[in-house]
Design a protein around this ligand. Structure first.
Ligand SMILES: NC(=O)c1ccc[n+]([C@@H]2O[C@H](COP(=O)([O-])OP(=O)(O)OC[C@H]3O[C@@H](n4cnc5c(N)ncnc54)[C@H](O)[C@@H]3O)[C@@H](O)[C@H]2O)c1
Length: 396
């Protein structure tokens, strides 16, 4: 079923993500029903929409009339029962963005399915739960899909479209076409832990934490190396402080568990201790760095030999992870490279970077780590070995 701008869009959960998604849909001409169990969440969402539209007017991107029209297209609904949410009956697509708990999402999907038309699509914005498990709550699981936006949804261009094994092809096509029409860059990911971005990005944090834990370098030096020599916008420790160490630890732990405790995804004890100590990052004014007034930032060592060693190691682990995601058909090579540049602003797609460095050099680095440490964490992807043997591009 093709969805056009006449389709009414439902969004359930008006927190950071839901409010942003509702705004994007309304800015693209849709009438939107935004629902939340709590009236305070809706008041905050309404205020954030008003602020966002005023900013658009100030920046000259919209005139006042058009900005008001966007705001008028959003209806705010409080409640969580089928009676409260009856306004969703008009929606051809409902996107769920409530708390990250399977029991809550399953209950909500049952309720939403009892309200909407039989051919409406019901999507989840989950970051870490299985779309199949959520879809199983519905009688028509074929219309359930993951539509994974990044935070903040109005700004971040990437959206991962995640069909479950039970999702019908027409649901995937319609969802992707609609989100493309909102000016987003869509990639299709398989329903596997972390989808594309949250899976492949793990070594950016994990390998940096490992080097810090073994005393190879301090956090300021690792961040400096990844920024200045690696070309990343932020170093791993500054980025973890920005995301929140609690959030980052939760994502890592959930991917680790969902991957049946594969050591490649094991969280670091350092992360856990940071969370236990309440050193959550910018939001608690202390994390790997001190953000309190008057605090001074630690100086990096700026040793280019050490810096390059750090960058080489993290890059090799990231490329190996990206190649393994191709091998396990998490997504196409092109979508994997697109996802890492558009979802987490990497300076270059990891497969393209691997080709540039040379697959055999990447393999040598991983094998050297595996030999030195003797850990399964450093096992090279079979596809990397094959690419080297067959002298093939990693993007092929
Ligand atoms: N924050 C991120 O960076 C991010 C990025 C991508 C995806 N996600 C995913 O998006 C979802 C929402 O995340 P968030 O950061 O916006 O959370 P949030 O805590 O800011 O918002 C969740 C909202 O859901 C509401 N809610 C809870 N239970 C409800 C129910 N039964 N019915 C209706 N409303 C209910 C809460 O009142 C709250 O307003 C989660 O699945 C999360 O994993 C988050």
């Amino acid at each position: 079923m093709a969805l056009d701008s006449n389709a009414v869009i439902g969004v359930v959960g008006a927190g950071a993500m839901g409010a942003g998604i509702a705004q994007v849909a309304a800015q693209h001409g849709h009438r939107v029903v935004l629902a939340d169990a709590f009236p305070e969440a809706l008041s905050r969402a309404r205020a954030s929409h008003a602020r966002a539209m005023s900013r658009e007017v100030e920046k000259g991107r919209l005139d006042r009339g058009a900005a008001d029209a966007v705001l008028e297209r959003i209806g705010y609904v409080t409640g969580q029962t089928a009676v409260d949410l009856v306004a969703l009956a008009a929606c051809e697509l409902v996107i769920e963005a409530v708390v990250e708990r399977l029991d809550v999402k399953v209950n909500l999907f049952r309720t939403v399915e009892s309200i909407v038309a039989p051919d409406s699509i019901i999507a989840t914005n989950t970051s870490s739960l299985s779309v199949a498990a959520i879809g199983a709550a519905c009688e028509r699981a074929g219309r359930v899909i993951g539509i994974h936006f990044f935070n903040p949804a109005p700004v971040m261009p990437l959206v991962e479209i995640v069909p479950a094994i039970t999702t019908r092809a027409i649901t995937t096509e319609s969802a992707r076409a609609l989100i493309d029409s909102w000016g987003k860059t869509t990639v299709v990911a398989s329903d596997t832990p972390g989808f594309i971005v949250n899976r492949i990005a793990r070594p950016f944090y994990g390998e940096s934490l490992r080097m810090y834990e073994e005393g190879l370098a301090d956090i300021a030096t690792i961040d400096w190396a990844m920024r200045e020599l690696g070309g990343f916008k932020m170093g791993p420790f500054e980025l973890m402080d920005f995301i929140g160490n609690d959030v980052n630890y939760a994502v890592t732990s959930s991917v680790f568990e969902a991957m049946f405790y594969d050591p490649r995804y094991r969280p670091a004890l350092t992360q856990r201790r940071m969370v236990e100590a309440g050193l959550l990052g910018r939001k608690s004014k202390r994390g790997y760095y001190d953000y309190r007034d008057g605090a001074t930032a630690p100086e990096p060592m700026k040793d280019s030999v050490l810096g390059q060693q750090i960058v080489d190691r993290v890059q090799a682990m990231l490329i190996n992870e990206a190649v393994d995601a191709v091998y396990l058909r998490v997504a196409s090579p092109a979508d994997i490279d697109l996802a890492m540049t558009k979802g987490v602003n990497y300076p270059k797609g990891l497969l393209a970077l691997g080709d540039e460095i040379g697959p055999s050099e990447v393999l040598d680095r991983i094998v050297a780590l595996q030999t030195e440490y003797g850990e399964d964490r450093y096992r090279p992807s079979v596809l990397l070995r094959r690419a080297v043997k067959q002298k093939r591009s990693l993007l092929a």
